[in-house]
Design a protein around this ligand. Structure first.
Ligand SMILES: [Mg+2]
Length: 412
């Protein structure tokens, strides 16, 4: 079974997505997500200019060999652009193999290890009342685990807090948090770590007071703290029994987590911007984290993320696969097949996509009573409607960045 055609589709239904579609000489098709938020066109070019010509006439069944060929023959390895491109090829080939086998992908990965995939949603509020409303609304939608992000007094705009739309026609309508904004330049936000460290424990105290001790609560520090600040926060949050504290320090420095770990029993999750197993080597071997946050889309696909998670399993570290709306339905479906099959599943991040995205990417995965399931259609269970995709050309959009009060650029 040979790869006959490879197309790179860039579409922007509610946001930008890059998708690779492979077609075999048997007429089977496979999809892979190659979306890199804010740098989408660089992956599209990497695929169109350098990968697509290499794929034509290759054996579609040789997934591991194709992965190793694309990784090693580039010579310059790793990095988010390369690994997102490899991920797209990898997932598209798994989709084809599962369709050829007439099975949902999770069956080829070892079969289901559980009945459903526990998901967490993103609740947020600029104020405590707004946050409580958002938590209640997520519970009404079925979520059984909730990420809590909140405004900080004195700061204007902050990561993870949904705002009300201000554009004509949508004024005042609340939207699920989407930080990438369609504009020529990244938006500027402000940040003050000391205010944040003072305020956040009071928010978790209020949330526990309102919603009780059972509800699993998560929080994302979004790489903004130094190791000693993160240690202080982890310690301060211990009475509120977090499911995890995510990305507490900038992810590049694995050794930083040693210091955090020495000071707190709050579980730690990290890795959404990692792209290979080497980013986790110290973290996993020294048991400095509790959850692996990588996305299938940014970590070289199913083939590599499965290996990272098997490595993590030897150290009782679990999965927490990245799943905000900048992971397309194709990347989300791939994650769900992996979640269902692996033994060391922890939790899956899940934000619902918008109506235009759902019309463009037809999906079989379901969210019911707090649990996701990839469905039982052969393959990964997502098809791309090219007519719909064609209606929404790429639009320039960037994630924001931060400045401190004195104007210094800070981690966002
Ligand atoms: Mg995060």
């Amino acid at each position: 079974m040979k790869i006959e055609r490879a197309e790179v589709i860039v579409t922007s239904p509610d946001r930008n997505f890059v998708t690779l579609k492979l077609t075999t000489d048997d007429g089977l098709t496979g999809l892979g997500d190659a979306t890199l938020n804010g740098r989408e066109l660089s992956v599209a070019s990497y695929l169109s200019d350098h990968v697509v010509p290499l794929l034509i006439n290759r054996d579609a069944h040789r997934i591991e060999d194709t992965w190793q060929f694309l990784y090693r023959s580039a010579y310059w390895r790793r990095g988010p652009v390369t690994m997102a491109a490899i991920a797209a090829v990898d997932v598209a080939l798994w989709d084809i193999k599962a369709k050829a086998a007439g099975m949902p992908l999770y069956q080829l990965l070892g079969g289901a290890s559980r009945n459903g995939i526990l998901a967490y949603g993103h609740a947020s509020g600029a104020t405590t009342e707004g946050l409580f409303d958002s938590i209640r609304s997520h519970q009404e939608q079925g979520y059984r685990a909730i990420r809590v992000q909140t405004g900080v007094p004195g700061l204007n705009a902050i990561y993870g807090v949904a705002a009300n739309r201000t554009t004509e026609g949508n004024k005042g309508k609340r939207y699920d948090y989407e930080p990438a904004q369609r504009a020529a330049l990244p938006a500027e936000e402000d940040w003050d770590t000391r205010s944040y460290l003072r305020h956040l424990p009071t928010v978790f105290e209020a949330v526990r007071g309102e919603f009780g001790p059972e509800l699993p609560l998560l929080h994302d520090g979004h790489h903004r703290m130094t190791p000693i600040q993160a240690a202080k926060l982890g310690k301060a949050l211990e009475p509120y029994d977090l499911f995890w504290l995510e990305d507490c320090t900038p992810a590049e420095n694995q050794e930083a987590l040693r210091l955090v770990r020495q000071h707190t029993t709050t579980p730690l999750a990290i890795g959404e911007i990692f792209n290979t197993v080497w980013d986790y080597q110290t973290l996993i071997r020294e048991q400095l984290i509790d959850y692996v946050r990588s996305a299938v889309t940014h970590t070289g696909g199913i083939t590599q993320l499965k290996k990272i998670l098997e490595f993590a399993a030897q150290y009782q570290i679990k999965s927490g696969i990245h799943g905000p709306t900048d992971i397309s339905p194709v990347g989300m479906a791939a994650a769900l097949h992996l979640d269902l099959a692996i033994h060391n599943f922890g939790i899956q991040e899940y934000m619902k996509h918008g109506e235009k995205t759902n019309a463009t990417f037809q999906q079989t995965f379901t969210f019911d009573d707090g649990y996701l399931h990839p469905g039982d259609q052969p393959g990964i269970g997502v098809e791309l409607d090219l007519d719909e995709a064609g209606k929404y050309p790429y639009q320039t959009a960037y994630l924001p960045f931060n400045r401190l009060a004195d104007g210094t650029v800070h981690d966002w």
